[in-house]
Design a protein around this ligand. Structure first.
Ligand SMILES: C[S@@+](CC[C@H](N)C(=O)[O-])C[C@H]1O[C@@H](n2cnc3c(N)ncnc32)[C@H](O)[C@@H]1O
Length: 446
């Protein structure tokens, strides 16, 4: 394990065998003492090659006699790594990208194909002096899918909802590195105190418009857990749009609130902070490993009002008519957070979405029974897919006439994201936050 490209190659081999990209990368980085610059390069190469897989394969299809799918799988990874550097990394000189890729081929059993690798990469460079070597079809779905590296079905979902121009903007936005936001815990610190402590550690932050507890990093951070205030529970890493959700729920001190899909607790702990750690918050989830993370977060933030319930939120009848407010932050396809998970676009399929819509409907139908008359339910997802958002809510309202959508009030925190139907949608290419769908529903008082 001697250089970042070799490490990236090993991690990508794990990914090819089914590992999650972040898990594979973590596994190889843990066994090395690379400099931070080389770690960053290995990370960029792994996430970039995974994310840009479709564009890179299209280039191989066009430049080689054999299609990408027919290349030996490990050679395909090596070609991805070389082409990725040439096409997407400005800070690597072309000669270094070509030579290091040829070396990688020799080192990993492809000495006999070193000339092929060299020739393909040099052909790419030759063509690039005249035009983009990536040739695109006319059909808009495939065109966007190949150019920006997404599966056709995601492009189709977005074209239907947003049209061509905005779909292209979304595609480009999710190929950029994600911002990292903090949520300040007002029970332990203030925004000013955290800002000062971070600045003293030479880490830059800026306020996020309209979100009272949010800060966004403006410089690199190093290991987040080592930053001032982490151990003391002054703040939590949470994207701004996820912070929006608990504000829209608007929990009040002393209430009973149930978070139906709570783990790892980003929103549960926010709810507890907004309630000044009074009342009761039931944090339900069926995934034990994720609930362990919730427990760690509760301990670090020193919160006392959260009670954990492990189980299936489609079937917890003990909560019927118990809650002033319920949050359903539903499991979803995550099409609003594709920039955070390099492989997510390849893991979700129309079939997984179909399964999710069944689960989302079951969850919404059951957790709605937990709300007292006159109470509030917030349904949220971090996806940009109307089948998992608007369609779920519309079907629920049709079948449950005692529920209605509460439109966000003018000047309220949700107002900038409101649509004419009353639900809120955070669009990353406009608002520079993760994509989210949020709707606040109210149950009739009896
Ligand atoms: C979007 S994540 C929740 C994120 C969390 N609200 C936060 O802010 O940190 C969805 C969660 O739903 C949980 N889940 C999925 N199906 C469930 C079910 N039937 N009952 C309870 N939890 C479920 C998953 O384990 C996952 O933790």
């Amino acid at each position: 394990m001697d250089n970042p490209r070799q490490l990236a190659f090993i991690a990508l081999r794990w990914v090819q065998r089914g590992a999650y990209a972040d898990v594979a990368l973590d596994r190889v980085l843990r066994q090395t003492d690379l400099s931070s610059v080389d770690r960053r390069l290995a990370t960029e190469l792994v996430y970039g090659s995974v994310r840009r897989q479709r564009s890179l394969d299209a280039l191989i299809d066009q430049l080689a006699k054999k299609k990408a799918q027919q290349q030996p799988p490990e050679l395909r990874i090596i070609l991805h790594l070389g082409l990725y550097q040439l096409r997407y990394l400005d800070h690597i000189p072309d000669a270094a990208a070509v030579n290091s890729t040829v070396e990688l081929a020799k080192k990993n059993g492809f000495s006999g194909l070193a000339n092929f690798v060299n020739g393909l990469l040099r052909q790419y460079l030759r063509l690039a002096t005249r035009e983009d070597p990536l040739k695109l079809p006319d059909h808009s779905v495939e065109r966007l899918g190949i150019l920006h590296s997404y599966p056709d079905w995601i492009i189709e979902v977005w074209l239907k909802q947003f049209g061509y121009k905005e779909t292209e903007q979304l595609c480009a936005w999710f190929n950029k590195p994600p911002a990292i936001d903090l949520r300040i815990n007002p029970l332990r610190a203030s925004v000013e105190k955290v800002t000062t402590a971070l600045q003293e550690a030479e880490v830059g932050v800026t306020r996020v418009a309209n979100l009272p507890q949010a800060l966004r990093f403006t410089t690199s951070t190093g290991a987040i857990e080592k930053l001032p205030g982490f151990d003391a529970g002054w703040w939590t890493v949470q994207d701004s749009s996820a912070q929006l959700v608990s504000h829209i729920l608007d929990p009040q001190p002393g209430e009973v609130v149930i978070d139906a899909c709570a783990a790892p607790g980003g929103k549960t702990t926010h709810i507890a902070e907004l309630m000044q750690d009074t009342g009761t918050i039931w944090a339900c989830d069926r995934t034990v490993s994720r609930l362990k993370k919730l427990q760690q977060n509760i301990a670090r933030l020193q919160l006392k009002s959260i009670k954990i319930r492990t189980g299936d939120s489609c079937n917890l009848p003990q909560f019927v008519n118990v809650a002033d407010r319920v949050l359903l932050d539903a499991p979803c396809s995550g099409l609003g957070t594709l920039h955070r998970h390099a492989d997510a676009r390849w893991r979700q399929t129309p079939e997984t979405v179909q399964e999710l819509t069944v689960l989302q409907t079951e969850l919404l139908t059951h957790v709605a029974t937990w709300v007292k008359p006159g109470g509030v339910l917030v349904y949220a997802t971090c996806t940009l897919n109307s089948e998992e958002n608007e369609a779920i809510v519309q079907a629920f309202l049709t079948q449950h006439p005692c529920w209605r959508i509460e439109h966000p009030a003018a000047n309220s925190i949700g107002a900038p994201y409101a649509t004419s139907s009353g639900w809120m949608q955070v669009l990353p290419h406009y608002q520079s936050m993760d994509g989210f769908f949020i709707v606040r529903l109210q149950k009739e008082s009896q």
